[in-house]
Design a protein around this ligand. Structure first.
Ligand SMILES: NC(=O)C1=CN([C@@H]2O[C@H](COP(=O)(O)OP(=O)(O)OC[C@H]3O[C@@H](n4cnc5c(N)ncnc54)[C@H](O)[C@@H]3O)[C@@H](O)[C@H]2O)[C@@H](O)CC1
Length: 500
């Protein structure tokens, strides 16, 4: 089953369906068993301290405690009064095998956390509605001060599953075992950092039940690799796609060159950079056409068209006018950087891919960047509805919005936070469009290809990696995605702690 992204409300809707089918008990059993398995794998010895809240998240912790106990682990369980039917049931089951729960009070938690080998946080899951009420706030302070690793069930207690920003107090976990689907908070920004390394446990739920609810998909490397174009042995440069890059302006000429390099390294047969400035070509294989002015450029193009075009990288003040002309061609088009102007709203078509970073997206939506980054999935969807085609909202991770839904990319490297990365991505996307991929596939595959190349380049250059380093790793990244057994765990987000 592919990985899905679910909000708290969507997870609750699947829960209700499980409950009415009499399957929720089994799902909780499976969830708790998976948590126990993760504890055994990550911290194979020592006392396990499990904290159970009032709801089903607490029930998962109680099931985990039972599994760990019967497997011979020393367990200690501190629990709030159980409100959920299945949490009450699993408390009785735990007692039946010989484990007594003690009341969860701040003083008891403080004492027990001193010498625990690992603390399992089952206080609050997707049923949490902010703000935190006492005594949860005090308990979370004590958990965060504990010296042992913390493993959270489903989502760190206190995080709002839907929000990408951690607004207030929450558990800071080393690892999170999330159930059924990714929650938006586990993938973005500060909230994701508080989740640590995330393991997804899909649970035995009929796939359509999850699919119907899912907010977004999170494709695996195998799925992405299958989207990449396969070339015939008799291919030549004329059949591998001719990409035009329209960009560059005095002061920002490198952007157009980097886009060209990205396009070539992602497999384009021919790449021509059109500019009104002198663009230094980072690869001699690039073709350069310097025009006196953009009006003259469009006259010289006549009816000639490339297989795909990327427009906007370092293009400067003429960008909106140039993008408007290019949009009228109605060919596969990537719009980036200076071409991302609100005045182009309504001019998009089905073959467009728009690639804003959060600042550019905020400009397009006339909102602030912090507001936009709070709900990146919603922002990407709104942008797509306004602009048409496909929107790649760049970030760590990027969100791809298209008429059929949302897709969240994974991977990348923190060193990719540097100049020129977006230009390279634009070239990659145009390259894949030029090789015949439809826009949504070009966007999903291109973003992951770029991220994978960044992971490879990051191993060599760390935070000092440059956009040209990333471009040079695109061939290896392509091989990784088409032979995914050699790829590291792509469900693990970059930049998070290695685990418990
Ligand atoms: N969706 C799934 O795949 C499954 C989910 N399960 C678990 O079920 C959880 C959701 O269970 P619930 O809906 O019972 O919710 P939770 O267990 O997350 O929490 C609900 C409890 O927290 C309390 N609470 C809510 N907001 C609070 C606040 N601001 N301050 C203090 N207390 C607060 C409520 O009074 C309620 O008793 C998931 O996170 C997961 O752990 C599993 O048991 C089974 C399968």
């Amino acid at each position: 089953m592919p990985a899905y992204v679910l909000t708290a409300a969507q997870a609750a809707a699947v829960d209700r369906r499980l409950e009415s089918a009499g399957l929720l008990d089994l799902a909780m059993e499976e969830a708790g068993a998976a948590v126990a398995g993760e504890v055994q794998q990550q911290v194979p010895a020592g006392r396990v301290l499990l904290l159970a809240g009032t709801g089903a998240n607490g029930g998962d912790a109680l099931v985990a405690a039972r599994h760990l106990y019967v497997q011979g682990r020393e367990v200690e369980v501190l629990a709030l009064p159980a409100r959920h039917r299945l949490t009450q049931l699993n408390r009785r089951r735990l007692q039946a095998v010989g484990v007594q729960c003690r009341p969860l009070r701040p003083a008891a938690l403080h004492r027990s956390a001193q010498d625990a080998a690992v603390l399992v946080d089952g206080l609050l899951g997707t049923g949490f509605a902010p703000p935190l009420r006492a005594p949860l706030d005090e308990l979370i302070h004590i958990i965060n001060a504990a010296h042992c690793p913390v493993l959270s069930i489903d989502i760190p207690s206190g995080l709002d599953a839907h929000s990408a920003q951690a607004a207030g107090l929450s558990v800071h976990a080393h690892r999170t075992v999330t159930l059924m689907g990714w929650k938006p908070a586990l993938m973005f920004g500060e909230a994701a950092a508080r989740a640590g390394a995330v393991t997804l446990v899909a649970l035995t739920v009929p796939a359509p039940w999850v699919q119907e609810q899912a907010l977004a998909v999170r494709p695996s490397d195998r799925e992405v690799g299958a989207m990449l174009p396969v070339r015939r042995n008799d291919a030549h440069k004329g059949t591998a796609g001719h990409v035009w890059v329209l960009g560059g302006h005095p002061g920002t000429v490198g952007a157009a060159s980097l886009a060209g390099a990205g396009a070539l390294r992602a497999g384009a047969g021919l790449v021509t950079v059109h500019s009104t400035a002198d663009v230094p070509l980072v690869m001699p294989e690039l073709m350069m056409h310097r025009h006196e002015a953009w009006d003259a450029a469009f006259r010289s193009f006549g009816t000639r068209r490339p297989d795909a075009v990327a427009v906007g990288m370092g293009l400067g003040p003429d960008a909106a006018r140039v993008a408007r002309e290019v949009l009228a061609w109605n060919i596969p088009t990537v719009l980036d950087a200076d071409a991302l102007q609100p005045e182009l709203t309504g001019l998009g078509h089905d073959l467009c891919v728009w690639t804003p970073h959060p600042g550019e997206a905020a400009r397009l939506l006339d909102t602030s960047t912090p507001e936009l980054t709070r709900h990146p999935l919603d922002a990407a969807r709104t942008l797509q509805e306004r602009l048409g085609g496909v929107v790649v909202l760049k970030g760590g991770p990027s969100v791809i919005a298209h008429s059929g839904g949302l897709s969240v990319a994974c991977g990348g490297h923190p060193g990719m936070a540097s100049a020129g990365m977006g230009d390279t991505l634009s070239g990659i996307l145009a390259s894949l469009l030029g090789q015949g991929l439809v826009p949504v596939q070009a966007a999903v595959a291109g973003v992951r290809l770029h991220a994978r190349a960044g992971e490879r380049a990051g191993q060599l250059h760390g935070y000092g990696l440059s956009a040209t380093d990333v471009a040079s790793q695109l061939g290896g990244a392509w091989a990784d995605l088409t032979h995914p057994q050699s790829t590291p765990d792509s469900d693990r987000l970059s930049g998070v702690p290695a685990g418990c």
